[in-house]
Design a protein around this ligand. Structure first.
Ligand code: UT7
Length: 420
């Protein structure tokens, strides 16, 4: 591989031609990717449950046209989006995550106590800490689960599912809950017609389980190019911004739509091909691609790039808009519900977004969900109620202990305030 790389740079130096140097570098990189040894694991990671949750409130293009200079025809023609859901009142990334997680566990007929790992992919958590995943862990009573959030923008679900699959395959977890959840409409600039037409809220979750039976998640690839970070940004608590913490409330999504569009069409096609090859398959073996739902035109362009018909790409962007890390699991749930995913199908999940980041996962879909009896469902609902009570009980106990044993945290001057 190193030799290939050296030969490529030598050729480019002799020809002194920028274009061929670039081409040689790319083919060397491609050769390196193809030569990469396929991982061998003792176990396999199967998706055994899936669930979603979206807010009640539907926001139509017509309503947005009352806020900014746009119209339904333009939005549908340029994006394929007709409506999206927006979180209201007490709906947050956490509540949507919890609901989708419970639905996924229900589908798999798995109890929260059996879950070893919870990963929430989100760019819109309620807190930097505690993580959304920890809040989900407490709410569902996943007593022994590790929990953390993962930030990779719209590629977040791919990164989270890949990480969970690796944990399951190497044996550090047997059952993992992977959630993609967003409330992007809370960080949308409702005066910017270039972005406010695009985003929506929702959550989707899958349960990943270890097994000795071959199949399930067959390959996982993730990439990043931080030089394009400025093309799609959402400042966070660490950003320097006038107004201190109050200024945070102004933090909204900023995007160079055209550039992200160009990047997305290229990245989706190339990473899909790589993930399929890494799984030992060819594109003809693929039954359905479930892409990140950002824009119908991006998906259609990727289909052309892969020389595949549009029908091989699942789309529901018309009803939910771009829900970032939540879009792939929501699309998966609806694709299964509509009978577009059948046992023994080969699927590809592919995502792209801020970072810039992009990634893909090839899956052998080989699971038929178990029949879950009414009593089982009822039993689990009771357990969720008990988890809530246990959580409140623990908080009260912690306070009582603090009062009785005087274990209050000492007053410490925050370092950033400096000396008086
Ligand atoms: O999850 C990843 C994150 N984001 C994405 O994947 C988004 C990627 N980008 C896109 O989806 C598209 O670039 C957009 C949908 C954002 C924009 O579509 P476009 O076809 O790239 O439009 P454009 O930015 O090239 O703008 C074309 C025209 C401009 O007018 P002029 O300069 O030609 O007179 C815009 O001002 O359309 C105008 N325009 C609009 N007109 C009506 C931009 N937004 C709107 C709007 N309504 N909402």
């Amino acid at each position: 591989m190193t030799n290939n790389g050296r030969a490529a740079s030598k050729t480019s130096a002799v020809s002194n031609n920028g274009a061929s140097a670039n081409g040689a570098r790319k083919s060397a990189a491609r050769a390196a990717a193809n030569d990469r040894p396929r991982p061998h694991y003792a176990r396999f990671a199967h998706i055994v449950g899936w669930g979603m949750a979206v807010p009640e409130r539907v926001l139509s293009n017509h309503e947005i046209a009352r806020l900014v200079d746009t119209n339904d025809e333009w939005i549908v023609a340029r994006t394929g989006i007709k409506e999206r859901r927006i979180a209201e009142g007490k709906e947050t990334t956490t509540t949507l995550s919890i609901e989708s997680a419970q639905n996924a566990l229900e589908m798999a007929d798995i109890s929260p106590e059996e879950v070893d790992l919870i990963i929430v992919a989100t760019a819109t958590p309620e807190y930097s800490f505690p993580s959304t995943a920890s809040l989900v862990q407490d709410a569902i009573g996943a007593e022994r689960a590790a929990a953390f959030d993962l930030s990779a923008a719209c590629t977040g679900f791919i990164a989270a599912l890949g990480t969970a699959a690796e944990s399951v395959r190497c044996g550090s977890a047997n059952i993992a809950l992977v959630i993609g959840a967003e409330t992007l409409t809370k960080v949308t600039d409702w005066e910017d017609r270039g972005t406010c037409i695009l985003f929506g809220d929702g959550a989707g979750a899958v349960v990943v389980q270890g097994s000795d039976v071959p199949g399930g998640i067959m390959s996982y690839l993730l990439r990043s190019d931080g030089s394009g970070g400025n093309l799609l940004t959402l400042p966070s608590v660490g950003a320097t911004r006038p107004g201190g913490v109050a200024g945070l409330l102004d933090h909204t999504i900023d995007m160079n739509g055209r550039e992200v569009f160009r990047f997305a069409t290229r990245a989706m096609a190339s990473i899909t091909r790589e993930a399929v090859a890494m799984a030992g398959l060819s594109m003809e073996n693929i039954d359905l691609i479930i892409p990140h739902q950002a824009n119908r035109r991006i998906i259609e362009a990727a289909a052309r790039g892969l020389e595949m018909p549009d029908e091989k790409f699942y789309m529901n962007v018309d009803r939910y808009g771009n829900t970032s890390a939540a879009s792939i699991p929501i699309a998966l749930c609806e694709a299964v519900e509509e009978g577009r995913v059948r046992p023994n199908d080969r699927l590809v999940f592919v995502g792209f977004g801020g970072g810039l980041t992009w990634g893909a996962i090839a899956v052998h879909w080989d699971v038929t969900p178990p029949e879950v009896s009414r009593w089982h469902r009822l039993g689990r609902q009771v357990r969720y109620g008990l988890s809530r009570a246990r959580s409140v009980g623990r908080r009260v106990l912690r306070r009582v202990e603090g009062a009785v044993f005087g274990m209050q945290a000492p007053e410490v001057e925050p370092p950033h305030r400096g000396k008086k």
